[in-house]
Ligand binder design. Structure first.
Ligand SMILES: NC(=O)C1=CN([C@@H]2O[C@H](COP(=O)(O)OP(=O)(O)OC[C@H]3O[C@@H](n4cnc5c(N)ncnc54)[C@H](OP(=O)(O)O)[C@@H]3O)[C@@H](O)[C@H]2O)C=CC1
Ligand SMILES: O=CC(=O)O
Length: 324
């Protein structure tokens, strides 16, 4: 008999067929308590789940006694309680690497759009304001040859550094838990503590995961340390930045601008004050959202689940220790 799995994200047809070949699939809209109640038997029997978003916590796991593997269509896994998975010996698989370059492109797009006021001036032109040559009140700030400080020199941080260093001649600073020789050798990146990075960077770019340690890593005190006229980019996770403190810093003019692909609450409420600020470029969590990359992520997630439940998973495991 094929193992039963829960699918909580729609997949391209060919990938859905691949999943059906290996598993008895129940497709649901999400993994909320209400959905679990509606499909209690399917959740109780499922040996695997595949999808993205939604909390996979102890409460959900207690409804899934047969669960052996989770496959998330994302690299970030802050929505999973990994300790609870470990206790139950449930393997968690994710999709690193396939999305790295695309997310770095998105971050570079935020750097350029904030510095050169692309979104703000696009709106300004379309509203019919362009009557004569613009003056200094609408000028932007240079990107090339400035200093970019990267928080989190992992896969995405490295790909961003490559773009910034080779494409824009930028100096690279970074903060991570360990030393990154590749970044230092290829881009002359300099490791520094958080305070130094904030004080010296023209662009502070966040490609950190959300953990207990990174939650509100950037708050009012850290924003105060940033150079006057500096720009903050966040494509890691919203709660890494205290959004209220960021809003205050942007309103006070301490920071020139912010480019945000992620927010503390997603979708960000339409009435959020941060969205009223012209110097904020806001994106709806599209870091990896190209046709090619989203397909690649879904493909990897399907392959991850097949490997986890029917073969030997040899890559993309978050907690490989549960296999021992
Ligand atoms: N906006 C979007 O659509 C997307 C967002 N993301 C986010 O980006 C994150 C990073 O992805 P990726 O680059 O692949 O992950 P990696 O694991 O390769 O890199 C994470 C980096 O963060 C660093 N880090 C983690 N904790 C700390 C800490 N407490 N202090 C300092 N540095 C820390 C790590 O340091 P060290 O190297 O020393 O271990 C590492 O350099 C994801 O977890 C996800 O949240 C990812 C994809 C798309
Ligand atoms: O935010 C997206 C991810 O893949 O993580």
């Amino acid at each position: 008999m094929k193992p039963a799995v829960i699918l909580y994200k729609s997949l391209p047809d060919d990938l859905r067929r691949q999943l059906d070949t290996h598993f008895h699939v129940t497709e649901v809209k999400d993994v909320s308590p209400e959905t679990v109640r509606q499909h209690a038997d399917a959740f109780a029997q499922a040996e695997g789940i595949i999808g993205s978003g939604g909390k996979v916590d102890d409460a959900l796991l207690s409804q899934m006694p047969a669960l052996r593997a989770c496959s998330t269509v994302s690299v970030g896994y802050d929505n999973f309680n990994v300790d609870a998975l470990n206790q139950r010996k449930v393997l968690l698989m994710h999709t690193p690497t396939v999305l790295t370059e695309t997310v770095a492109d998105t971050m570079m797009a935020l750097v350029l759009s904030t510095a050169r006021r692309v979104a703000e001036l696009d709106k300004w032109v379309k509203e019919g304001n362009w009557k004569k040559s613009i003056g200094p009140d609408l000028f932007g700030t240079d990107v090339h040859h400035k200093t970019m400080g990267i928080l989190g020199m992992g896969r995405i941080g490295l790909a961003l550094a490559q773009r910034a260093h080779f494409g824009f001649g930028m100096n690279i600073l970074y903060n991570a838990r360990r030393q990154h020789e590749e970044a230092e050798n290829r881009f002359q990146a300099r490791a520094c503590d958080l305070e130094t990075l904030l004080k010296e960077s023209d662009f502070v770019c966040i490609s950190l995961p959300l953990t207990e340690q990174t939650h509100h890593m950037i708050g009012a005190a850290q924003l105060q340390l940033m150079k006057p006229g500096a720009i903050l980019i966040n494509a890691g996770r919203g709660p890494v930045v205290d959004e209220q403190a960021l809003t205050a810093a942007l309103k006070a003019g301490t920071l020139l601008a912010a480019g945000l692909d992620v927010f503390e609450v997603e979708p960000v409420p339409a009435e959020a004050e941060i969205l009223t600020l012209p110097n904020v470029v806001a994106l709806p969590h599209i870091g990896s959202a190209t046709h090619e990359t989203r397909y690649g992520m879904a493909r990897d997630a399907v392959e991850n689940l097949i490997a986890a439940l029917t073969g030997t998973p040899d890559k993309n495991c978050v907690n490989p220790q549960v296999l021992r």
